[in-house]
Design a protein around this ligand. Structure first.
Ligand code: COI
Length: 350
């Protein structure tokens, strides 16, 4: 594929200490941009990371046609670079695009564009354990009009950000009983910017109560749990691992979620994707059947949940006793970081 490349005059990579680097604050030397107009995608361009110039009437700003993905790339001990399951994110990206009436991005622009960009900026992949290069592909409307209609032009971009662990400490999660994230028929399954905007108020309220994030429940009965702010959620019961199913389209189909299901099955656990009610969670906690709770996500990887709060009920967990979540976390990190065999072919060599 033809990509126009303009190199930066001087790399900034050496100026940054990449150990324990905060999520999403630093960006690599280059970015990729491709423009869709007149019904087709133009030649992608890799150029120095720089601000965009947008019309104040930009349609994405006003009406939110804006989607994104989160992917990670790792450096292995032999110096090679690997992207974790990029094709899965590619498929999800275009599913989000279709739901928001945006054009599909061709595979070569998404995958080959990403490969070339990461290869060029490979010095930005931190080599430390639990560190990676976070890859952020995104697309937004580019029409300069405030009429409400699907935009006719779009920008697809990829930026890269070196990162350490997203949630460094075990989390406290509030089970949200009033605000909802998604409804059947809505856009819950899409990685749309608006889903994150819609979550911010409830999250801020949960933070005031001392929690880190919310766990959403279904919008109809306010009974079945769905996902956490930036993560899918898993419950380890005696003899069964459970994660909410995706049938109603209200939950993001996480790539890490899917990987964790496979790893848990390989460990010999029964894994159920099924509705799980807050009543079941509370009663299993009280009877001692609920052993572990954790979130999964590209940015979050595997984040242990040490407390669940619901109304005035508090469920505390002694995470030092946990066996499953730490093992899954280690196994997945070892595959991603090249310390365990990639038997599932999840890694894509740059
Ligand atoms: C991810 O896990 O990649 C996400 O997109 C979550 C968040 C950082 C928005």
């Amino acid at each position: 594929m033809n990509i126009r490349v303009t190199l930066t005059e001087k790399s900034r990579a050496q100026e940054l200490n990449m150990q324990n680097i905060p999520f999403g604050k630093h960006f690599s030397d280059h970015m990729l941009i491709a423009i869709y107009e007149n019904g087709q995608w133009g030649t992608p361009e890799i150029k120095p990371f720089q601000p965009l110039s947008l019309s104040p009437a930009n349609a994405a700003i006003h009406y939110g046609q804006s989607i994104f993905e989160g992917i990670k790339a790792y450096r292995h001990a032999d110096g090679s670079s690997h992207i974790f399951r990029p094709y899965d994110n590619y498929r999800r990206f275009n599913a989000s695009a279709a739901r928001l009436q945006m054009p599909a991005v061709p595979e070569d622009i998404f995958i080959e564009g990403m490969r070339r960009l990461i290869d060029l900026d490979r010095n930005w992949i931190p080599g430390f354990a639990d560190h990676s290069l976070y890859v952020r592909p995104f697309m937004f409307a580019m029409d300069d009009t405030i009429g409400v209609k699907p935009s006719e032009s779009y920008a697809f971009m990829i930026i890269l950000s070196p990162t350490g662990p997203y949630y460094a400490a075990p989390m406290k999660i509030y089970v949200e009983e009033y605000f909802v994230r998604a409804v059947p028929g809505g856009i819950g399954f899409a990685k749309a910017a608006g889903n994150y905007a819609a979550a911010m108020h409830a999250t801020a309220e949960a933070k005031k109560k001392g929690y880190d994030q919310v766990l959403w429940m279904d919008a109809i009965e306010h009974k079945y749990v769905q996902e956490c702010g930036t993560m899918n959620v898993f419950f380890i019961f005696e003899g069964e691992a459970v994660t909410p199913d995706l049938k109603e389209g209200t939950i993001l189909a996480g790539v890490t979620r899917d990987s964790v299901i496979e790893v848990l099955q390989d460990m010999g656990l029964k894994v159920s994707e099924r509705p799980i009610s807050i009543d079941e969670i509370i009663s299993s906690y009280q009877s001692g059947k609920l052993k572990e709770v954790f979130g999964t996500g590209t940015a979050a990887t595997i984040s242990l949940i040490r407390e669940l709060g619901y109304k005035d009920i508090k469920m505390d967990f002694d995470i030092k006793q946990w066996e499953i979540a730490p093992r899954v976390k280690q196994l997945l990190s070892d595959i991603r970081e090249g310390k365990a065999a990639d038997t599932k072919k999840w890694l894509f060599k740059v």
